[in-house]
Design a protein around this ligand. Structure first.
Ligand code: ZN
Length: 183
């Protein structure tokens, strides 16, 4: 396993539609292991393959265990993920992105989704997610279609930059903004 460099938002690969995975090979499993290690090293809660430079439809999601967050404390690896159902109820929540360091915004997402795809062994999986975990799935699947979270924000007052702590005086931010909202 290895931590890979994270691709920044100005790179074209993050604007491409990623290719479906045709076969689960040892190289693909290495990619998945590296994605998990890279996500954890960056203290992210999700990562999509294009963020480590591979234009393939693979995502990993892992929200740290919290008894108030359904689906937390579980590592999800999904190959060729698809949202097959989404709740009509839309909720706003704070998101960040490992490819857009320092920026956060209020992003509207479906409150719950059902995701279908393959796990790392090539078996079909169907995951019903709600709340934060559903949000992360939607954020990561967007990456596979070249969509970044600021694209989902129409009101420019709903997105802001957090200055690094050592620089000047930090801007006031909502209390619920933490590095744990980076995907
Ligand atoms: Zn992201």
């Amino acid at each position: 396993m290895a931590v890979r460099p994270i691709v920044m938002a100005d790179q074209p690969i993050l604007r491409q539609k990623a290719e479906p995975v045709a076969r689960i090979t040892p190289a693909l499993r290495r990619l998945i292991d590296d994605m998990v290690e890279t996500m954890r090293a960056a203290e992210g809660i999700g990562l999509a393959a294009p963020q480590v430079g591979e234009s393939l439809r693979v995502i990993v999601v892992e929200v740290p265990e919290d008894e108030e967050v359904p689906g937390s404390g579980v590592l999800y690896v999904v190959i060729n993920p698809e949202i097959v159902e989404a709740s009509p109820e839309i909720v706003e929540g704070v998101e960040g992105c490992l490819s857009i360091p320092g920026w956060y915004g209020w992003v509207p997402r479906a409150r719950s989704v059902t995701v279908r795809g393959l796990n790392r062994d090539g078996r079909r999986v169907r995951i019903r997610a709600e709340g934060l975990v559903a949000r992360v799935f939607q954020h990561e699947i967007d990456h596979l279609d070249g969509i970044l979270f600021p694209d989902r924000i129409t009101d420019p007052t709903r997105i802001w930059r957090v200055q690094p702590a050592r620089e000047a005086v930090p801007e006031p931010v909502p209390a619920d903004v933490s590095p744990r909202s980076r995907h």
